[in-house]
Design a protein around this ligand. Structure first.
Ligand code: IMP
Ligand code: MG
Length: 182
């Protein structure tokens, strides 16, 4: 198929430890606020499932889905809402949970969209931040790891729909033995 998960960038243990820290911060910051965690499908599902269980205060969760047109390993910047929330967020403390922030276009679009619905507050939590690639300025409130400009898979992140089920985060690599351009 040309590409496969290679070198491990972040281990299962490192992810679990960092997710626990984020959960503690969120528990402190949102105490008494019953936050609504909004996971961005499908990439944030694994992260959200782990994160929400490290949060020690009452919370609700919901999901939203977007697709960005273009090749599977690059974001085109044109974002389309493909599934909406199941409930109103008026007056709610919303925490948007994303797998990775790359150019920033997806999360910029989503926060503009959600802000128009009058939440009491809106913050962004991303497992991974590929800061070097940023094209649109976005303020991230909680970040798991800042990573270099490499395409990664695992722990919810996919390449062509695959590899979301890995426990760790790995760099996507060209298959050995395949010479020439792909
Ligand atoms: P952005 O709009 O450029 O910030 O792109 C964000 C989206 O692109 C993420 O939600 C992912 O779906 C996808 N993406 C960006 N970088 C990667 C990567 O390294 N691995 C897997 N998906 C990625
Ligand atoms: Mg995504």
């Amino acid at each position: 198929m040309g590409h496969r998960p290679g070198r491990i960038l972040i281990t299962r243990e490192e992810i679990a430890a960092r997710v626990r820290e984020l959960g503690k911060e969120i528990s402190r910051d949102y105490d008494g606020k019953d936050p609504l965690l909004v996971g961005v499908l499908k990439g944030a599902v694994v992260f959200l499932a782990d994160l929400m269980r490290t949060v020690e205060i009452p919370l609700a969760c919901d999901f939203i889905a977007v697709s960005s047109y273009g090749a599977s390993s690059r974001s085109s910047g044109v974002v389309k809402l493909t599934a909406d929330l199941s409930q109103s967020i008026v007056g709610r403390h919303v925490l948007l949970v994303e797998d990775i922030i790359d150019t920033g276009r997806t999360v910029a679009y989503l926060s503009r969209n959600l802000e128009t619905r009058q939440p009491a507050s809106l913050r962004i939590c991303a497992l991974l931040d590929k800061l070097e690639r940023r094209e649109v300025e976005v303020a991230l409130d909680y970040v798991g790891f800042t990573i270099p400009n490499e395409f990664v898979v695992g722990y919810g992140l996919d390449y062509g729909g695959l590899y979301r089920n890995l426990f760790h985060i790995a760099a996507l690599e060209r298959d050995a033995g395949e010479g020439g351009p792909a």
